[in-house]
Ligand binder design. Sequence first.
Ligand code: AP5
Length: 222
Amino acid sequence: MDVIFFGAPGAGKGTQAQILRKQYGYRQVSTGDLLREEREKATELGKAAEPYIQRGALVPDDLIVEMVKKNLPPAGSGVIFDGFPRTVAQAEALDHLLQAAGRGLPYAIYFYVPRATLEERLLGRWTNPRTGRVYHERFNPPKRTAVDDDDGGPLIQREDDTPAIVHHRLDVFEKQTMPLIAYYNDSRSRRYLKIDASRPIGTVTAELLHALEATSSPMRTP
Ligand code: AP5
């Protein structure tokens, strides 16, 4: 089953998607990570997206939908869409894309976290730019400061994790992404869940697994 993780910046979507990918075999499609890769490679898409990302605005829907189409894993493996969709237009495009590929409607999970907590999480986040793995200086620290536990390379603070840009990203979420709650919650033909993602990482993972197990069998790796 395909799953959407949506919620404000800093809600923990990427953290949970990485856990489910590593431990339970889900595929992860993170539009934030894909855009950062495009920027790193200086592709046309990367160059077009750069000014939006730098100021904390959403990249235009047509560019995002095209990128997701190109990176959609084959049917047969559960996909977690992490940070996509973020607008109602993107949600409609994803429904069409999945249906055209003979897949069912995705299970939408909304990560709710109060705004003050989101700011604290984003301003204390450290990221491995090579793998996308995230840490937090207080809530989920690496063993050595600013060094990744897995590959031993340096961790960075993202250029959009500054107070002014974080503030703007949270405003953008409230205005452009919150309408997705009604989009996913209003239809009886959909599976929708709101989780309290302000709790500790392990608690949130346990609730996600419980919810996913109730609807299908997660693909545990041996
Ligand atoms: P993207 O990279 O997707 O950023 P985001 O949505 O702003 O999400 P974040 O990565 O900031 O948060 P997260 O929920 O994954 O939290 P995380 O797990 O890291 O997008 C960047 C930009 O790309 C956008 O601004 C936009 O310009 C563009 N973009 C991307 N997708 C787009 C789209 N679909 N349409 C248009 N534009 C798009 O956790 C955050 C911190 O909290 C970490 O330090 C972590 O260790 C910690 N933490 C996590 N969970 C917990 C917990 N339970 N308790 C305590 N700490 C926790």
